[in-house]
Design a protein around this ligand. Structure first.
Ligand SMILES: O=P([O-])([O-])O[C@@H]1[C@@H](O)[C@H](O)[C@@H](O)[C@H](O)[C@@H]1O
Length: 206
């Protein structure tokens, strides 16, 4: 999909992304971080998710079929909108719960997700920088197990708390626990997920 992004950085939590020059249906779409927030849904089975596949159709694409199928089976669906920027705006505004994809370009990453309160990492869980070749963005609560301590987990399991059965399933289905191993597997096969061209002296750490 062809589009131009016009990000406005006005003040904290007020990032806007405007789509101009694309197909007619996108011309008038403006997303603002202050217009909504990531959803608070924490159950994968109640989530709508997004992903995508790059043009190269090689190992990362083949690998992404695994989480794509798995989450299609257990969630309310995995959509492919074909435009990473739109996918990320949809996470920021709570239209979908999460989005992941390999091999995006640096200009496709949007600050709007973090400004709106979402979470962004690489698909192996590593800290994300714009030149990384994999990205997982989510509403935060679906991202990883880190939200619940080991102590809490053991109490849930030990006491077999009925109301927590759903929660227990959530623990098994958080996104990163499924997506990170597939990504580690790719890396162990020496598939190139290294940084996209990063200009010399370009600082990405603040
Ligand atoms: O082609 P383009 O619009 O620059 O970028 C596209 C991404 O926005 C999309 O998420 C992905 O699935 C496509 O393969 C392609 O990378």
């Amino acid at each position: 999909m062809r589009y131009f992004l016009v990000p406005f950085y006005l003040k904290s939590n007020y990032v806007q992304v405007e789509f101009v020059g694309g197909p007619v249906c996108w011309n008038t779409r403006i997303f603002s971080a202050s217009a909504g927030s990531p959803s608070s849904i924490f159950q994968v089975e109640r989530s709508l998710l997004d992903s995508g596949f790059d043009y190269e159709h090689d190992d990362p694409g083949a690998t992404n079929i695994e989480p794509f199928k798995e989450f299609t089976d257990v969630s309310r669906g995995v959509r492919m909108l074909g435009a990473a920027a739109v996918d990320m705006c949809h996470v920021a505004l709570g239209i979908v719960e999460a989005y992941w994809e390999y091999r995006l370009k640096p200009w496709e990453w949007l600050l709007i997700v973090e400004e709106a309160g979402g979470v962004v990492t690489c698909m192996d869980g590593a800290k994300f920088c714009v030149f990384d070749r994999s990205v997982l963005v989510s509403n935060g609560v679906l991202h990883a197990k880190v939200n619940l301590s080991a102590a809490v987990i053991s109490i849930i399991q030990e006491k077999k708390i009925v109301e927590m059965q759903v929660c227990h399933r959530v623990l098994e289905l958080v996104l990163l626990e499924r997506i990170a191993p597939a990504t580690e597997n790719l890396k162990s096969k020496q598939i190139n997920l290294s940084l996209w061209y990063k200009p010399e002296n370009c600082r990405t750490e603040l």
